[in-house]
Design a protein around this ligand. Structure first.
Ligand code: GAR
Length: 218
């Protein structure tokens, strides 16, 4: 099967981008990154792309009249690179309905909380401050809402008594680096179907068992 052609949109450190690059280089996912686009000229993600010989561009929203004009530029670049799947990896801009129409069910996002809890910015901090016993991360297809699209895969991460916001965020990020490549590989293998908001992955039976935090003692 042909490799799925990715366009990865970033704004910051790009550790998720790095994880995707590493999985591709190790032959674990059938994908190639055709372009990295950053909304921030100083994003470390750009340097990561450069180190691996991946074409990278910066598109700054302030250079455009409105959100749709910015998104038209993004779409133009992605189309020129024949991108099949758009991967939002710490991309801190909300995409317009125009963009999402152009790539319907072909835009994935990662969020550092168990959606639909704690959408938007600072998902890890919101979960920590709330006092949940489990948080985690979610890969989902993007729709017009903020972090509301159909969920592909989630990882559950316990919150420990001695956690700080930072230690929790770090534990969540480790799982982000595992579930995003997996979601991309499911897509590449043509195993994802979406119906009535539910994403099914063919050939898997799903998790079994229940977790408790703290553990039960009776
Ligand atoms: C990740 O934790 C990602 O889940 C989060 O930004 C970080 C980017 O890190 N995204 C959001 O909060 C989107 N709502 P990275 O640049 O190192 O991949």
């Amino acid at each position: 099967m042909d490799k799925v052609r990715l366009g990865v949109l970033v704004s910051g450190s790009g550790s998720n981008l790095q994880s995707i690059i590493d999985h591709i280089e190790q032959g674990l996912i059938e994908a190639e990154i055709r372009v990295v686009i950053s909304s921030n000229p100083d994003a470390f993600a750009l340097e990561r792309a450069g180190r691996h010989g991946i074409p990278a561009e910066t598109v700054i929203h302030a250079d455009f009249a409105d959100r749709e004009a910015f998104d038209r530029k993004l779409v133009e670049i992605l189309r020129s690179r024949s991108v099949d799947l758009v991967v939002l990896a710490g991309f801190m801009r909300v995409l317009s309905p125009y963009f999402l129409r152009e790539f319907r069910m072909r835009v994935m996002n990662i969020h550092p909380a168990l959606l639909p809890s704690f959408p938007g910015l600072h998902g890890q901090k919101k979960a920590f401050d709330y006092g949940v016993k489990f948080s985690g991360c979610t890969v989902h297809f993007a729709d017009e809402g903020v972090d509301t699209g159909p969920i592909i895969i989630q990882a559950v991460v316990p919150v420990l008594d001695d956690d700080t916001e930072d230690t929790l965020a770090e534990r969540i990020l480790k799982e982000e680096h595992r579930i995003y490549p997996q979601a991309i590989q499911y897509f590449a293998q043509g195993r994802l179907t979406v119906s009535d908001r539910k994403v099914r992955v063919s050939g898997v039976s799903g998790a079994s068992g229940v977790m408790h935090n703290p553990p039960l003692s009776i």
